[in-house]
Write a protein that binds this ligand. Structure first.
Ligand SMILES: [Zn+2]
Ligand SMILES: [Zn+2]
Length: 257
């Protein structure tokens, strides 16, 4: 009887129309956001820091942090600040089993490159208005998309790794191969809720590349950049293995550096 009920519930799930994750509006495809809710996600508007991709004031090239300290990557771009709907989507993808949300988030990440790329091709866009991140992505030097590695214990518990789902969507949309280039040597406690100083040191030496990099340039994907410790450790491991420049795409950037 239980089996029959399970099958019946499964069939109802198949027959019910897919609905928007936020507002519940019925949707015509399996893409889980309606256009209005996608439009409402918090996004950077206006000029971006050329290095880390956070919003900056008009006429400024670098945010206060990038102006005084180096970054372990060549450049990073994110969709927006880690708040409101963007925060909700990322948390549901990471912790609540909502794997389908990797599709819209990965699509929006790839669009950071593809939409601007189309604008770069338009004759009236001045060179000074072109985003160097996009110029680099179009230069042909990019050969692989990867993700920050999964924590082995959390991967076993959840059965999937949010950053990998995102990186696979990005790779598919950009027409580039996905490679699982890094692995985590040991499980570490979650970064969430730890003091900043601890977050910055807890991961040092935790990641290692699976094979030599042979100078290849990498597009590294993560879900959210908080202190930057995870991305920094990934860049360190890629550099140690001989990979070339690392460019970073993440859904959101939390406050602070
Ligand atoms: Zn909606
Ligand atoms: Zn910056």
């Amino acid at each position: 009887m239980l089996v029959m009920e399970g099958i019946a519930a499964g069939l109802v799930g198949l027959l019910a129309p897919p609905r928007c994750f936020f507002c519940g509006a019925p949707l015509r495809s399996l893409y889980p956001l309606c256009p209005d809710c996608e439009e409402d996600l918090p996004r950077w508007a206006g000029p971006l820091c050329l290095v880390c991709g956070r919003g900056v004031e008009e006429g400024i090239d670098l945010c206060p942090d990038c102006a005084v300290e180096g970054r372990p990557y060549a450049a990073a771009r994110t969709l927006g600040p880690y708040e409101a709907g963007l925060r909700r989507l990322i948390q549901a993808l990471k912790y609540e089993g909502e794997r389908a949300l990797a599709r819209p988030l990965g699509h929006l990440l790839a669009a950071l490159i593809t939409t601007k790329a189309r604008r770069h091709e338009e004759a009236f866009v001045l060179n000074s208005e072109k985003d160097p991140f996009v110029t680099w992505c179009l230069s042909g030097s990019l050969s692989v998309v990867t993700c920050v590695p999964a924590d082995p214990a959390r991967l076993r518990a959840r059965g999937y790794h949010a950053a990998e789902l995102l990186a696979r969507v990005v790779a598919q949309e950009l027409g580039l191969p996905f490679g699982n280039l890094l692995r985590k040597r040991r499980s570490t406690p979650p970064q969430v809720g730890r003091p900043r100083g601890e977050r910055l040191t807890a991961l040092v030496g935790a990641f290692v590349a699976r094979r030599p990099g042979q100078g290849k340039a990498v597009l590294l994907v993560d879900d959210v950049i908080t202190t930057g410790a995870t991305v920094a450790e990934a860049c360190r491991a890629l550099g140690e293995a001989g990979y070339g420049e690392v460019y970073v795409l993440a859904c959101a950037q939390a406050g602070g550096a």
